[in-house]
Design a protein around this ligand. Structure first.
Ligand SMILES: C[S@@+](CC[C@H](N)C(=O)[O-])C[C@H]1O[C@@H](n2cnc3c(N)ncnc32)[C@H](O)[C@@H]1O
Length: 306
């Protein structure tokens, strides 16, 4: 899989995430941000592992940001191909909407008459970025990222928040990867796939539950909401929505790559795995495969000293 594939995957993932994100928590966060609105300066949002910027679009489209207040949106990702894609992607997104985009050194401004959202893509490791600056933020967002970045990084990431700031970790993978129709190798594939995640540095196949436990144990953090946000990808009468067939093919490629890197148990030999992959790919092509993963959205506040 190439970097281009990954960006197409992140783009295809947007409609899947849109269906899955828990709206109750989203509204709860939006309400909290609107009551905390501060006329003194811009609202400061830090997104870690921001990918190609789909959350920027969603935050505007779904009215998350405090109304009428300028926003500085810092979008950090360790992959240059992702951060490089953000300005052009936002320009395309803005086309046909009532918003002007202005590219400038270091990012792109989304300009409405009543406010500007200044998007600042930064290519670096998120933890190092937070640790190496004296800036602070009003909102920290990390979507589909805690199972990758590693929970040991949470204290540093949270320390970037201003006192009273909010954190939001939606689509946090939490130990369920299911495909239907049933295949005899399903259980072994899921077990080996999750086992592979757990062996990777920072990886955690139960990141959702473990993150919740750590956040609850953190004196300066208050958990204000937890909800399931499972991905459910399924075909309707005309196939998969949007680019979700590609999303599924990418996921199957990820499973294949992961299982190629582990010493598999006797219950998943090469023939069984090959049959499983071939069957799943055929089911995507014929519009039969249903894919479900279990995830959590986590929301809360930070009382730390910033
Ligand atoms: C599963 S993707 C999610 C991307 C985006 N949040 C989304 O949901 O579309 C995880 C992202 O985290 C980024 N990432 C992984 N480790 C990182 C780190 N240490 N610092 C910053 N970004 C990181 C990856 O490059 C990738 O874009």
């Amino acid at each position: 899989m190439t970097a281009d594939d990954f960006q197409r995957y992140l783009d295809a993932k947007r409609s899947v995430d849109d269906r899955s994100l828990d709206r109750r928590l989203w509204r709860q966060l939006g309400t909290a941000l609107s009551t905390a609105a501060d006329d003194e300066g811009p609202f400061r949002l830090l997104e870690v592992g921001a990918g190609v910027g789909t959350m920027v679009e969603r935050a505007v489209e779904w009215d998350l940001l405090p109304e009428g207040q300028d926003v500085v949106y810092t979008a950090v990702d360790v992959q240059t191909e992702n951060t490089d894609a953000i300005p052009d992607r936002l320009a395309d997104w803005a086309d046909g909407r009532s918003v002007e985009t202005t590219e400038r050194a270091g990012g792109v401004d989304l300009v409405w008459p009543e406010r500007t959202v200044a998007v600042e893509p930064v290519t670096t490791d998120a933890t190092g970025f937070v640790a190496g600056t004296d800036r602070s933020w009003d909102l920290l967002v990390g979507m589909a990222v805690l199972d990758v970045i590693g929970l040991d990084e949470l204290p540093t990431l949270l320390s970037g928040l201003a006192p009273g700031g909010h954190w939001y970790f939606p689509i946090t993978f939490d130990g369920g990867t299911r495909f239907t129709p049933d295949h005899p190798a399903d259980d072994a594939v899921e077990r080996e796939y999750h086992g592979h995640m757990d062996t990777k540095e920072g990886g955690d196949s139960r990141a959702g539950q473990h993150a919740l436990a750590r956040l609850r144990e953190t004196d300066e953090a208050t958990v204000s909401g937890v909800a399931g946000s499972d991905w459910v990808v399924y075909p309707d009468g005309s196939g998969y929505p949007g680019d979700e067939a590609y999303f599924l093919r990418y996921v199957l490629g990820t499973v294949e790559e992961a299982l190629g890197e582990v010493d598999r148990g006797a219950d998943l030999d090469d023939d069984s795995l090959d049959d499983w992959l071939r069957t799943r790919r055929e089911q995507v092509a014929s519009g039969e495969l249903v894919y479900v993963t279990h995830q959590l959205d986590l929301l809360g506040r930070w009382a730390g000293s910033g």
